[in-house]
Design a protein around this ligand. Structure first.
Ligand code: GN1
Ligand code: MG
Length: 369
């Protein structure tokens, strides 16, 4: 979704409390929701980089509350990292405040901006290039969950209510398929049927949370591989980023969602479905990294569903892409016609492969418990 034209980043940067002179900004074309840029400053002859993000306030309806969450989470992470002798400038996001001491800047036009320090010597990967990164990222997400179990100060705000409420996602899909606002339903009958055949899966985790069988925890909720910065030298997952959806949830949302990309043989939007698949060897590395970090922290109601959660969250994401296709591409940014449909198809192909290998996936999880 384009909010407006390329913004004047020099003007945006001027609102934030960083020393030095602005040199340039360029887009970082990653992410389906917010707009991200990297800005360079000259600080007494030294080139220093920052990350600017325009928060999509049509998706995140209360940017103030979202930033309150991120302030709490990064402040707490910083304390924990310092106590453990780590480097807080690299192991968590550092918010650059505005000149009037706030964590975000609202422009006169009503757009919302924030700024983070750039983390040097590390990068993210939009697809798996080295299987060791899968283990490293998964371990980083596990550590992140475990750390946030002791976050003080009460429940975080729900930045998007019912974000992983799979049944509500299913219902929204049904409504889009029936109402068919863009006249696209007839062209995607196999995909619609694929979802309809899996209705019973939608309630499994949300019902467990409602009944209290599955514990509510603080979770990340968007655990794609590219939301962990991987250190260029050590290959370790040093910093979990994209904290917009850190809020109450189930760890099954996080583990499950990490599999969509972490065990995929192709990109999320690959058009050649012959290349798309679920790789049990990569799933093994995901489970190993995650359980290495959280062993002893999870309860059986959670561990019993880890393998299933991979299928469920992949299905949910496919449902969201298909729903957006049916609605005329109103939520996720698209870069070509049919982009959301391509994305939905890769997710469904992975779901089908996971269904065939669920026994093997369960065995992998049990191996690392
Ligand atoms: C969106 O914008 P990005 O790439 O961080 C979406 C996630 C989806 C993901 C699919 C707030 O994340 O839930 O899993 O696309 N974020 C939101 O790649 O809806
Ligand atoms: Mg995200």
């Amino acid at each position: 979704m384009e909010l407006n034209r390329l913004p004047e980043l020099d003007r945006i940067c001027a609102a934030f409390d960083c020393s030095g002179t602005w040199i340039s900004s360029c887009p970082i074309p990653s992410g389906h929701i917010n707009d991200t840029y990297c800005s360079e400053f000259d600080e007494s002859g030294r080139r220093v980089k920052y990350v600017n993000q325009r928060i999509n306030h049509l998706v995140f309806r209360e940017p103030e509350l979202l930033m309150e969450n991120i302030e709490r989470v990064t402040r707490f992470a910083r304390e924990r990292i310092v106590a453990a002798g780590g480097d807080p400038e690299r192991e968590t996001l550092t918010i650059v405040p505005t000149r009037d001491g706030k964590s975000f800047h609202r422009t006169p036009e009503g757009t919302y901006w924030r700024m983070f320090k750039y983390i040097d010597g590390a990068r993210t990967y939009d697809r798996v290039e080295d299987i060791r990164h899968v283990y490293a990222a998964s371990k980083a997400f596990g550590r992140f969950q475990k750390m946030l179990a002791s976050l003080p100060g009460g429940r975080l705000h729900e930045t998007i209510p019912d974000f992983h409420h799979t049944r509500k996602r299913y219902d929204a899909f049904l409504a889009a398929a029936e109402f068919d606002p863009s006249g696209r339903a007839a062209g995607v009958k196999p995909e619609i049927d694929f979802v309809l055949a899996r209705e019973k899966d939608a309630g499994v985790v949300v019902d467990g949370l409602t009944s209290g069988h599955i514990p509510e925890r603080v979770t990340h909720n968007d655990t794609k591989l590219n939301n962990v910065m991987i250190d260029n030298l050590t290959g370790e997952g040093i910093c979990v980023i994209d904290l917009d959806t850190v809020m109450p949830g189930s760890i099954l949302y996080d583990f499950g969602d990490s599999v969509r990309l972490g065990a995929a043989t192709a990109a999320e939007d690959e058009q050649d479905l012959a290349k798309v698949g679920f790789d049990i060897g990569m799933f093994d590395r995901l489970a190993a990294g995650y359980l290495e970090a959280v062993r002893g922290f999870l309860v059986p109601a959670e561990t019993d569903l880890l393998a299933f959660s991979a299928k469920l969250l992949t299905l949910e994401c496919g449902i969201r892409f298909l729903t957006d296709h049916l609605k005329g591409d109103v939520y996720f940014k698209i870069h070509r016609p049919g982009h959301n449909l391509d994305r939905a198809r890769t997710q469904f192909k992975m779901v089908a492969e996971m269904e065939r290998q669920m026994g093997a996936m369960d065995a992998v999880v049990r191996k690392y418990l």
